[in-house]
Design a protein around this ligand. Sequence first.
Ligand code: GLA
Length: 372
Amino acid sequence: MRSISAFAPGRVNLIGEHTDYNAGLSLPFALPLGTSVTLTERADDRVLVSSREAGAWSGTLADIEAGGVAGGVAGWAGYVAGVLWALGSAGHRIPGCEIELASTVPLGAGLSSSASLECAVATAVAGLLGLPLDDPGRRALAAACTRAETEYVGAPTGGLDQLAAMLGAEGEAVLIDFADHSAHRVPLHLAEAGLAILVTDTGVRHELAAGGGYADRRAECEAAAQALGIASLREAAAADVTRLAASPGGSVTTRRARHVVTENERVLAAVAATGAGDWAGLGRLLTASHASLRDDFEVTVPALDLAAATAEAHGALGARMTGGGFGGSTIALLPLDRADAVREAIDGAFAGAGLPRPAHHLVEPSGGARLG
Ligand code: GLA
């Protein structure tokens, strides 16, 4: 029986947060952290999944077909089963298999552990079935992984994480336009500029499932677009944000829309700053994004605010929360020689605030999902 190994990364989003489900712009890059999988074909219809971190699940292909939001496959195994389900419903013949997983992406840290898991499994299945891993092939796999998450697991996320894991490449961020899902590579050679991104996992855990704050924000954005009579907030301009203030419930929708409109502008400005080597300018945009997510979108928590502010006070060019928020991680753009000082300052600030010691990762844009 054939055995295939694959890896898919977690991601940070450099900028462009809560824009994907508003048909907006994001600029993520792939992390060196990720999920490794070995998938071995079986002659029968059983699926055995084991994760070094999360335990084991076993069932049949029929159980997977019947599972999902309405059925029996719950928890982390739902992400794996959901990928097999989505690829099966895209017309691929999925065999019974054994799937062994190991991940270095912390769970619930805003670094897309679930997309990393989904994309690793999808890439391994693609390897087994001989599906192409060129650009269209990768997009098709990302779409299947997004369906696994939104339709099978029931987390109403927007597709950013899966595209980042499938399209990421070493030394590059990816500019994704969710209006048409087009993607452009943005070279980001931080080390050559003497810079790096420090990821700080605050240890405060988030939850993206239905019924949580993430789903509320999505609904608020839809309400804002509806009040404006447009299909999505991508079509909104600054004048529309002012108009919203007069509508019923206007104060919340105004702030949510203002975040989305200004964040899309910041993504384009960040691409320009990166191209021009204007690192101080990029840093200011990261900081402005954080302020907007804190004050207008209201998805930060005190630990995220503290980590970002402390990084800036100790030499980072800019810092912001990354991912869905309500916990998770910050990123700080900093000169490499400030990394230790910033790390220590954040640890000290967390200790002073009675928070557990956070985990740090110094990262650079790394390779996307791959076989082997
Ligand atoms: C989570 C979701 C993404 C995206 C971000 C916020 O990571 O999975 O789809 O919405 O939050 O930018």
